[in-house]
Structure formats: C-alpha cells, structure tokens
Design a protein around this ligand. Structure first.
Ligand SMILES: *Cc1c(COP(=O)(O)O)cnc(C)c1O
Length: 380
C-alpha cells in the first residue's frame, strides 16, 4: 500500500458491529471481561485502548516500522526512550536541539546520572569524537531547530551500529512524508505529533516508533507503568489529521520554498535558511535524505533585537506564537520566545542571534503570506 493510501486506511477499518465507516472513538477506561483473565485483549485504557491502537498501527506503517507507541505529548515520548538508559549511561546529541528536549537532558536525565554531550558540528566526526564507553544513545534532530541544518542519518547510524549504540531521531520537523529515519538505519523515531502529524494546532501528542519489534517492549512497559498515555479523543484527532498529511506536507513545502525564494536577497533580510535553497550548506544531503525541504523557514534580518521584535509583531496572518506545523502560519522570535531559556552567549555562539526569525509557513494562499511579510518588513 502506498503512503497516501496508508494515511487514510491503516487502522481505519469500518466498525464490524455497526458498519460505521469511521471507527468509533472508544471512550472507556475499562473493559468487561468474559471471565477473570479472559477478555478481548483490552483490560484498562492506560495499558491499551482501541482508538490508540488504531493510531499506533497507522504510525507504524507510515514510518516503515515494526511497532509504535503513542503518548500524551512529544516530551512524554522522549522520556519513554530515555527510560531505556541507566545511571552511568550517556547520550550524544547535536547542540541545536528542541528546547524541551534539552531541558529533559539537563534537568531530568543529568541529575539522574545520565549525561549528555553536545556535538558542535553536524558531521559524523563531530559525533564520533564525543563517543566513549558510556555512550548508549545518539539523539538526532534533523532538520535542526531553528537553524535548519541537516545531519546525515545514514552515516551516523552506521557509526553507531559499529559501536553498539542506539540512534533516536526526532522526526517532528520532517514527518514520514518527507523523511524515513528507520529506513536509513535509526532504531527509534520520536514524534511530537502535536506539530505536522496532527497538523491543526489543536491537540498535543507524541509517539515512539521502532524498527526492531523487541525495542517496543520497554517503551510499552514505561507507558503502562509511568502513564503519559493519550486520551481517545486526542488519538482520534491525530488520526484524522494524518489523513491529509501528504497533501498538507506538499502544500507546506511549496509555500515555504516560495517564501524562502521570495525573501532571499530582499532589502532588510540578511539571509534566508531553507534546506533546499541553492546556497544552503546541506542542500545535497537534503536532496538525498528528504523529499522536500519542509515547512519551516528561518530568516536573519538586517538589524538587531528591537527591529526583529517589531517585524515579528507586525505580521497579521503569521500569528506570533510558539509551536509549528499547523495549517496556519506562525512567526517566532527564538531569542525572546522558544530559545529564551538558553543564555545569550550560548545562543549567539550557536547562531541563534537576536535577529533570527523562525517562520512556520502554513498552507494559506502564498500571495497573502508574501504580502503579510512585505508589510512587516516595511514596519521595521
Ligand atoms: C514540539 C516539539 C517537541 C515536544 O513535543 P510536545 O508535543 O510539545 O511535548 C519535541 N521535538 C520537537 C522537534 C518539537 O518541535
């Protein structure tokens, strides 16, 4: 079955009892058994719920995986993967990381005896030099946020495999529509389904997807034991979003690319970061590893903090908001918003300077989006 078909049909068989074409949402915490210990495979909804199972089946197919487990948020999914580590184990990650993941690594894992070392470059050698006998996990986010650098999943996975280290890829930005990390050698995929997968900025969720079926057991054990399970309505809404994932990602990519080209070289813009632009440092890798540059465009404005702040509050269609991946366009000033918790000197060293703007380009008519950005540029 092809990708777009799987998005609509996997986990979505008509209800065998009523024939309802759209399967019912199973609002139940518990399940009536035939006899003690004998039921239909469900006991209590923290462990499993049919609406959740349907979503997990769909995610498994979309990521070319053998199993998936869904969570109440992307951060809960991250915690589940980290639960496989023990005190004394360590992680290697790239420095330009989702802020919430960095907070987990530094403020939850580190005090519990699991240290993270951060690669300062995107090359395989940058990761390799940080590996030691305690390294048990390499954590990749690609494209990175907010600078949109790419990391070669296949090359890093080969290195990791030769050292007996697991690789987890946060595939939130690309989604399986644009990038399939398990097929490139990764072991775990983590998603914030909150973003493109659900796609409408109205439900928080997460997932862990694995290549080797044996890896799902500890994840399911963690879910059952620690909680963090999504409710049935959240699973339903996420699944409903997935049905249009291929269409939406195509539209996000087309609009983002058009905006990136439109703004490149424009007065007031120092540079535009987008993976498939001719001058992007990782363009060749983008063409090899992804099928589309995604919906995020980052900009460096001419001017400092105040001018950038004025630009961000002057758009009308681009809402000034954190998060990304919904059908509506958002604008974010990382220095003041998503990345404000990183000290300024660290931020500057990483390239997250005061004049950086991140756009989550939605699927509105691109002419309206261009006009909106033009007016904001004029307002600086
Ligand atoms: C939002 C996000 C997360 C965290 O997901 P939540 O659903 O907000 O908990 C993790 N990784 C990336 C790349 C994200 O954008």
């Amino acid at each position: 079955m092809k990708f777009a078909t799987a998005c609509i049909h996997v986990g979505q068989d008509p209800d065998p009892i009523t024939g309802a074409t759209i399967p019912p949402v199973h609002f139940t915490t518990t399940y009536t058994l035939d006899a003690p210990g004998e039921g239909k495979g469900f006991v209590y909804s923290r462990s499993a719920n049919p609406t959740r199972i349907a979503l997990e089946a769909c995610l498994t197919t979309l990521e070319n995986a053998s199993a998936a487990s869904s969570f109440s948020s992307g951060c809960a999914a991250t915690m589940a993967v980290l639960s496989t580590l023990r005190p004394g184990d360590s992680i290697v990650a790239y420095a330009d990381l989702y802020g919430g993941t960095y907070r987990i690594f530094e403020n939850i894992s580190r005090p519990n005896g699991i240290n993270t070392k951060y690669a300062q470059g995107t090359g395989v050698a940058d990761f390799e030099q940080l590996i030691d006998s305690t390294t048990k996990l390499i954590w990749l986010e690609t494209p990175t946020n907010p600078l949109l650098r790419l990391i070669d999943i296949e090359a890093v996975s080969q290195l990791a495999k030769s050292r007996g280290i697991a690789v987890a890829v946060d595939n939130t930005f690309a989604t399986p529509a644009l990038q399939q990390p398990l097929s490139l050698g990764a072991d775990y995929i983590v998603h914030s389904t909150t973003k493109y997968i659900a796609g409408h900025s109205d439900v928080i969720g997460g997932a862990v997807v694995v290549k080797d079926a044996s890896l799902i057991e500890p994840i399911l054990f963690y879910l059952k034991s620690a909680g963090g399970c999504p409710g049935p309505m959240d699973c339903y809404m996420t699944q409903r979003g997935i049905k249009t994932l291929p269409l939406r990602m195509r539209a996000h990519c087309a609009n983002a690319r058009a905006i990136a080209e439109y703004l490149s070289g424009r007065k007031g813009i120092a540079s535009v970061l987008y993976p498939t632009l001719p001058d992007h440092p990782d363009r060749a890798l983008a063409e090899k590893q992804m099928c589309g540059g995604g919906g995020i465009v980052s900009l460096l404005l001419d001017g400092g903090f105040d001018a950038t702040s004025r630009f961000c509050k002057s758009t009308k269609l681009f809402s000034l908001a954190e998060s990304l991946g919904g059908v509506e366009s958002l604008i974010n000033h990382p220095a003041r918003m998503t990345h404000a918790s990183i000290p300024k000197n660290v931020r500057d060293a990483q390239g997250i300077t005061d004049n950086l703007v991140r756009l989550s380009v939605g699927i509105e008519d691109v002419d309206d989006l261009k006009e909106d950005l033009d007016k904001a540029l004029a307002a600086i």
